[in-house]
Structure formats: structure tokens, C-alpha cells
Design a protein around this ligand. Structure first.
Ligand SMILES: *Cc1c(COP(=O)(O)O)cnc(C)c1O
Length: 602
């Protein structure tokens, strides 16, 4: 049985039981049951399910790991964490984060004025707020305002000019926020998002600028407010080595600055980047565990503090993906298997058929577990030859259709033998049995990191898990864009079931989509947010809460600045001038439809 690697990426959050994927928490509901309970309300299309218990789990885990590590290493500094709002700023996520983080004084990180305003409204002191990103004077002013409202705010400057604005505003303010400096490390991260660190990174002050900043702080009597240095070397860090180098570099800068007179410098903010294993196969993406990450951070900073003879710093983290990714699961109904159009009953064999068609026909009749691989190769050759013959005018459209049907039937029949095959042969055949699955979702809306960066997310069927899946799968979304495809990858193969969608429904889940995907998603083809719901699980079962339906067609147009009135007037006047004055009612029904497709009539 294929478990789709849940033991690798699933982090003990799932179990497979009675052929279904279940959430391994309290009453362990099966996901398909949750999906069906929502679809019963006549809600079709893709679903974004949020599981608050997985937000709680990640928060508890990170705090408990640091606590444990501090104890083991007798670390005397403090541990503080903030959640970067850019990773997921939706209320249906944040309200849970705030609730579960309260007992730890879990704070928020803001990178823009709007985010800062949100942080100020949601945050309860003494939970900290850190402010990153490029800031104008107004934004810095807002930080001062937050500080007056008792928030523990640290403005992390990205450049000297921001410090100059702080100095200016501080002249007229008794309450001054803490100041942090983002340092530009020469050690950078690795991977897709490595740009955030390194000597040429977009952010941070180099050594010369840091010294300049120290002079400014001193001469304007603000040194006492300088409490933090910060770095962020990239997201989804798959290797631990670059982080260790960065810690060493930052730790040394910390020690140096204290010696240079930064008497209140007490925190090192190591940014985000803590990874989550996304691989569904044995070769892991990530070369460290969360425990290892925590222990490395604590150990390195303790060692450097000792070597530099300074106090052990408060460790700040800004992990976003690690906290929020697991809670989101995207469920996509399968609309079609594209080869299912090739039914045997559609064959229109003639009294006289071209020899290659007859050969394909006998391949189809005679294929068995012993000859399958050879026959599949022959089928591919024959099919390609027929296409060439068609281009040259030697066979007609009916011949071409017959060859298409036979070719697909041969592949389907081969998939039945796959279980009896030798392992190596099996792999070759499985890869050849490619099927295209049309999924009711938009990749641009729901998995933008795949579209933009090729970031893969774990994906698997939510049911039929007792039946082996033999079709190598390419996934298509319903957008009219050829980029809306997750192609079959031989190195990370995905096998799905051969299902007859006339008789049964088939649902896939995409996992770890609770970070970034939500907020980066775009309305390409006007496919807007999928329907969202919060799933609360207790000992008795599950509850579906806060269903937020995918926007209706009229709402989507409205959000694009089209006036509803104008659109309706135009459409209605066309109806009035037509021979079908009764069409209004029918039209209205479509305007209040979701833009996603309604799967199967069932
Ligand atoms: C994006 C960002 C984070 C979050 O990174 P993750 O990889 O999601 O943990 C943290 N800090 C800063 C400054 C960021 O820009």
C-alpha cells in the first residue's frame, strides 16, 4: 500500500485507516467525511480546510523545544517569538494563533503600515511586536504611537535613513520604541529564497553602516533604546549549515557591539526560515529536525556569548511557515480523467483497417503481465506512426480516432497487471501509464508557489487507500492556462487511482498550504478564493465552523470595479430586446453561482 509518504511529511498529523486518510487527533475524523458534510450544503468546488489544533501544536512545539533546550544547556537568556503577518494575515487563521499564543506572550511581526495597524489591534502587551521592511516617516511615527499604547515595539532599521527618521521623531517624544538593526551577513542561506541573506541581499546594514548607526545612536542619546540585532537568511531553509554560519557571524557582531557601548543590546533575532519537510519520498528535502535547529541555535549563541564574555542574548524567532503551513489543507475534487473519453464502444473499426491499427488491436487483446512492457513500447511506436501517416494523408480521422482509443485501452489494461510485475519492470510501466487528472481548482489561486517557484506540496487521495494506485498522474487545474499543470515527475512520482467518475467521486488533498499560498493566490481567470472552513475536532467528532463560500460570479466582477447595476442593466436590456423575455431568472441564477465547477451530478 502506498502511504504517499505521510510518515515523512505528515508529522504524525494523519493516519490511514479503513482505506481513508484521517486526522490523527482526538476522534480522528476522516477527511472525506468532513468534505462530504460540507458538500451536503450544496457547496462544490475546491475547499480550503483549516485545522486550528495544528496551529496550537506548532506554537506549543516551538516554545517547548526552546524551553527544554535552555534547561539542558543552562541557557540564561530568554526566548521570544513573533509571527510574521505576511505569511498569513487572514482572521480565520490569526484569531486562533492569537488565542493559542497568549500564554506564551507570542507576538507579531509587521512589514508594512497595514500590517502594523493590524498587529497593534490584535496584540496584547507584553507580547512583542517587531517591525521590519522599508519604512517611511509615517510608519516610524506609527511605531512611536504603538509604543505609547504600551506595546513592546522594536523598529528594526533596514538603513541609516530610517534611523535618522527615528532620531527626528524621538526629539518630540518621551516614549521611544526599541530599536533593532538588521545586519547584512556575508553568510547567506541556500535554496529558493536565499536572496534574503548575503552580502548583496536587499536588506540590512553592512559593518560600516552599523558603526555609523552606533555613532548616531550615541550622539543622540538613543543607545539605551538599541536592544536587538536581526537577520533573516531565507525561507524554507533546507540545510542547517548556512544557519550555523549566520549564527556565528551574528553572535560575533552582538558581542562586538556590546563592547562598543551598546549597553542594552540584549536580543538576537534570527528571523524565520525554519523548514518543514515537504518530500513525499525517501530522499528528504530537509537535512535537520526541529529539535536539532533549536539545539543548534541555543548551543551556538551560548558558545559565542561565552567566548565574547557577554551575557547570553534573548533569542527571538520570526518563524512563519513552520507555524502556519500545516494547518491548511486544500481539497480538490477530480472532475475528469482525460483518457476516460476513450471507451471501447467508441471504436469504429472498418471492414478494412490499416495494418498498424490491426496490430494495435491485437496488442490490446493479447497484452498480459509477461509481455506488458514490450507491448506498451510497441503501442507507443504504432501510435506515433499512425499520427505521422495521418499528417501525410495515408489514414483518415476515423483511423486516427481508433488508434487513440486502442492506445489508451492498452495502457489501461496494462495497469491491471502492474501488481504482478517484477519491481524494476513495474516502475518502468507505471511511469508509462500516464493519466491526466482534471482538478476543480486553480493552481494560481491555491498553490502560487508551485506556479512561481516550482515548490512542491504533498498531495494524495483522501480515500481508496487500500487499493493500489497505478496511474502516473499529471494534474491539471481548470484555468485556461497551460501553466496550470503539475506534470508527472519521474523523480518524485505521483500515482493515482483509475476511477470511473460516473460511479464514484474522487478527492485529492494538498497539504502544508497554510503559509503564503492563501495570501499570494491570484484571481487568474477570475477564479477567486476557494470555499474556506474551520474544522474543530473534539473527542466526539468534528465541527465545521465559519464556512466562507467562494465568491459568486457577480461579487468577483464587483471586486474588479464593475458596477453590478451597470452589468445587470446591460444584460437585462439585451434580454428585453431579445425573443426570450423570460431569461432574467435563469441569468440571475448564474450570477449567484460560484466560478468553480460543480463536480459530478451526485
Ligand atoms: C518572511 C519573513 C519571515 C518568515 O519566514 P518563514 O520562512 O516563513 O519562517 C521572518 N522574518 C522576516 C524578516 C521575513 O521577511
Amino acid at each position: 500500500m502506498n502511504d504517499y509518504g505521510i510518515s515523512i511529511w505528515g508529522d504524525n498529523n494523519f493516519i490511514i485507516k479503513n482505506s481513508k486518510l484521517k486526522i490523527d487527533y482526538k476522534s480522528s475524523p476522516n477527511i472525506i467525511k468532513i468534505v462530504k458534510s460540507i458538500r451536503k450544503k450544496k457547496i462544490y468546488g475546491p475547499l480550503l480546510l483549516r485545522f486550528p489544533h495544528l496551529i496550537e501544536k506548532q506554537i506549543d512545539l516551538i516554545y517547548s523545544l526552546f524551553k527544554k533546550s535552555f534547561k539542558e544547556m543552562n541557557y540564561k537568556g530568554d526566548f521570544k517569538a513573533v509571527f510574521p503577518l505576511k505569511v498569513n494575515h487572514y482572521p480565520s487563521f490569526l484569531k486562533h494563533l492569537i488565542k493559542f499564543g497568549k500564554k506564551y506572550n507570542y507576538g507579531l511581526e509587521a512589514g508594512s503600515k497595514a500590517e502594523l495597524m493590524l498587529a497593534m489591534s490584535l496584540n496584547t502587551p507584553p507580547a512583542p511586536i517587531t517591525v521590519n521592511g522599508f519604512k517611511d516617516k509615517n510608519m516610524i511615527h506609527l511605531c512611536f504611537l504603538a509604543s505609547k499604547l504600551q506595546h513592546d515595539v522594536t523598529i528594526i532599521i533596514e538603513g541609516i535613513s530610517e534611523l535618522q527618521s527615528i532620531i527626528e521623531i524621538a526629539k518630540n517624544s518621551k516614549t521611544i520604541p526599541n530599536i533593532g538593526i538588521r545586519i547584512r551577513l556575508h553568510n547567506s542561506g541556500e535554496g529558493t529564497w536565499a536572496k534574503s541573506g548575503g552580502i548583496n541581499s536587499k536588506f540590512g546594514l553592512n559593518a560600516t553602516e552599523i558603526i555609523q548607526a552606533m555613532k548616531f545612536l550615541k550622539s543622540h542619546n538613543l543607545m539605551a533604546k538599541f536592544t536587538m540585532i536581526h537577520f533573516h537568511i531565507g525561507s524554507l531553509l533546507n540545510q542547517i549549515a548556512p544557519l550555523k554560519k549566520a549564527l556565528k557571524e551574528a553572535g560575533n557582531i552582538y558581542g562586538e557591539l556590546i563592547k562598543m557601548g551598546a549597553e542594552n543590546l540584549n536580543s538576537i533575532n534570527i528571523g524565520g526560515g525554519l523548514s518543514i519537510e515537504h518530500s513525499q519520498h525517501k530522499n528528504l528535502n530537509q537535512n535537520y529536525t526541529t529539535t536539532e535547529y533549536v539545539n543548534d541555535v541555543v548551543f551556538m549563541l551560548k558558545e559565542i556569548a561565552l567566548a565574547k564574555n557577554v551575557k547570553e542574548p534573548t533569542i527571538f524567532i520570526e518563524s512563519g511557515r513552520f507555524i502556519s503551513a500545516p494547518h491548511g489543507i486544500l481539497v480538490t475534487p477530480v472532475l475528469e480523467l482525460l483518457s476516460s473519453e476513450f471507451k471501447k464502444s467508441y471504436l469504429q473499426l472498418k471492414a478494412q483497417n490499416p495494418p498498424l491499427i490491426m496490430e494495435l488491436h491485437s496488442l490490446y487483446l493479447d497484452i498480459n503481465s509477461r509481455n506488458a512492457l514490450e507491448y506498451l513500447h510497441d503501442a507507443i511506436d504504432h501510435f506515433e506512426s499512425i499520427l505521422t501517416l495521418f499528417d501525410l494523408g495515408y489514414v483518415d480521422l476515423i483511423d486516427r480516432s481508433n488508434s487513440e482509443i486502442l492506445f489508451n485501452l492498452i495502457f489501461k489494461k496494462a495497469s491491471l497487471f502492474v501488481n504482478n510485475l517484477h519491481k524494476r519492470e513495474l516502475k518502468k510501466i507505471k511511469n508509462m501509464l500516464e493519466e491526466r487528472y482534471l482538478l476543480n481548482f486553480s493552481l494560481f489561486q491555491s498553490l502560487p508557489d508551485y506556479w512561481g517557484l516550482g515548490q512542491k506540496f504533498p498531495v494524495m487521495p483522501l480515500h481508496k487507500l487500500n487499493i493500489s494506485a497505478n496511474r502516473s498522474a499529471t494534474l491539471w487545474d481548470i484555468s485556461c492556462d497551460s501553466d496550470g499543470e503539475i506534470a508527472f515527475d519521474k523523480n518524485a512520482p505521483l500515482f493515482l487511482h483509475d476511477v470511473d467518475l460516473n460511479n464514484e467521486e474522487y478527492f485529492l488533498g494538498f497539504f502544508l498550504v497554510g503559509a503564503y499560498q492563501d495570501i499570494l493566490g491570484m484571481n487568474h481567470n477570475m477564479f477567486a478564493k476557494p470555499t474556506q472552513a474551520i474544522i474543530k475536532i473534539d473527542k466526539k467528532g468534528f465541527k465545521v465552523k465559519n464556512i466562507k463560500k467562494s465568491p459568486k460570479v457577480m461579487k468577483i466582477l464587483n471586486d474588479l470595479d464593475y458596477s453590478k447595476k451597470e452589468i445587470l442593466n446591460k444584460l437585462y436590456s439585451k434580454i428585453d430586446n431579445s425573443k426570450f423575455p423570460n431569461l432574467k431568472k435563469e441569468l440571475n441564477k448564474f450570477l449567484s453561482d460560484s466560478n468553480y465547477l460543480k463536480t459530478t451530478s451526485k
